[in-house]
Design a protein around this ligand. Structure first.
Ligand SMILES: Nc1ncnc2c1ncn2[C@@H]1O[C@H](COP(=O)(O)OP(=O)(O)O)[C@@H](O)[C@H]1O
Ligand SMILES: N[C@@H](CCC(=O)OP(=O)(O)O)C(=O)O
Length: 260
């Protein structure tokens, strides 16, 4: 297994790392650090695609709600309001690095359909011919509800990684990796997992307040990605400054080797 020089990297940002710890709104410091990490990876010669959650959370403040509602129509409305806010923030931050954002909104149905998936792939590849462009993908929440219900941006990121033929999928979340024992975070994460099927039981249903997927959904996404030949890492997005080091093989995280 080699994590030393992956060229095609999918970074998945969960809601929990895009929002403030004590307020249901985007965290500008976090967004800046994450965009810095993207810029550093690109400067190192990697090709980077971002799968970003956070649309619903970004819509809460403009709609004047203090917490994530449960009804699907309001969640879809929130995503419609929050998505442009999020893209605007990314565009502003990337500009400091001479980069620009490209938005792709897709559903699982799109990726299950051969022709549409092929169009997504060719659009992505054309975008990546321009080194200054950072494609940012999210679920098209206003037309699909399974995503909002199950937090399937984890699954979406593994599907994108497979479709694109990524070398590495990094799921960046609020935890430092797959914790050995969620009740003893001081023990840290498992550093390497040889067989993801054997560690699903390590994940609890617990998740952050605004996140929807939780660790189980991440491990399922890892299963899908490693079966498709993509190496995976689960790491803390709250320590975005370590992302380049993690890509080089260091840092604190959980690594899963692709099935060859
Ligand atoms: N074994 C485990 N190791 C780490 N986190 C776990 C584990 N089991 C459950 N979790 C929970 O999963 C959460 C991450 O999922 P989630 O809140 O959905 O994040 P995101 O918004 O990044 O998708 C962690 O904050 C933690 O509460
Ligand atoms: N598409 C939704 C996110 C759904 C989702 O998967 O959220 P998360 O579990 O935080 O990755 C949004 O942008 O709010």
């Amino acid at each position: 297994m080699s994590f030393s020089a992956p060229k095609r990297i999918v970074l998945k940002f969960g809601t929990g790392i895009l929002t403030k710890v004590h307020a249901p709104e985007p965290d500008p410091v976090q967004l800046r650090k994450l965009m810095e990490a993207v810029a550093l990876l690109k400067a190192d010669g990697h090709s980077v695609v971002v799968v970003s959650s956070g649309a619903v959370a970004s819509g809460l403040k403009p709609i004047e709600l203090n917490e994530r509602p449960t009804d699907m129509t309001t969640l879809q409305a929130l995503a419609a309001v929050g998505q442009p806010h999020l893209m605007h923030a990314y565009e502003n931050l990337l500009r400091d690095h001479g980069l620009h954002v490209a938005q792709l909104l897709v559903t699982h149905e799109d990726l299950e359909n051969y022709d549409r998936a092929r169009r997504v792939k060719t659009t992505l590849e054309r975008l990546l011919e321009f080194p200054q462009i950072v494609p940012v993908i999210n679920e098209n929440d206003s037309v699909a509800i399974e995503e909002l219900r199950f937090g399937d941006n984890d699954k979406l990121s593994s599907r994108v990684a497979r479709l694109w033929g990524a070398d590495l999928l990094m799921l960046l979340t609020s935890a430092p990796g797959l914790l050995k024992d969620i009740n003893r975070p001081e023990d840290g994460p498992i550093s390497h997992v040889d067989d993801v099927d054997l560690v699903i039981h390590h994940a609890q249903e617990e998740k952050t307040k605004l996140g929807t997927g939780g660790m189980i959904s991440k491990l399922r996404a890892v299963q899908d990605a490693v079966n498709g030949g993509v190496d995976c890492i689960i790491a803390s997005g709250r320590h975005a400054e370590q992302i380049p080091a993690v890509v080089k093989g260091g840092g604190i995280c959980t690594r899963f080797a692709a099935r060859k």
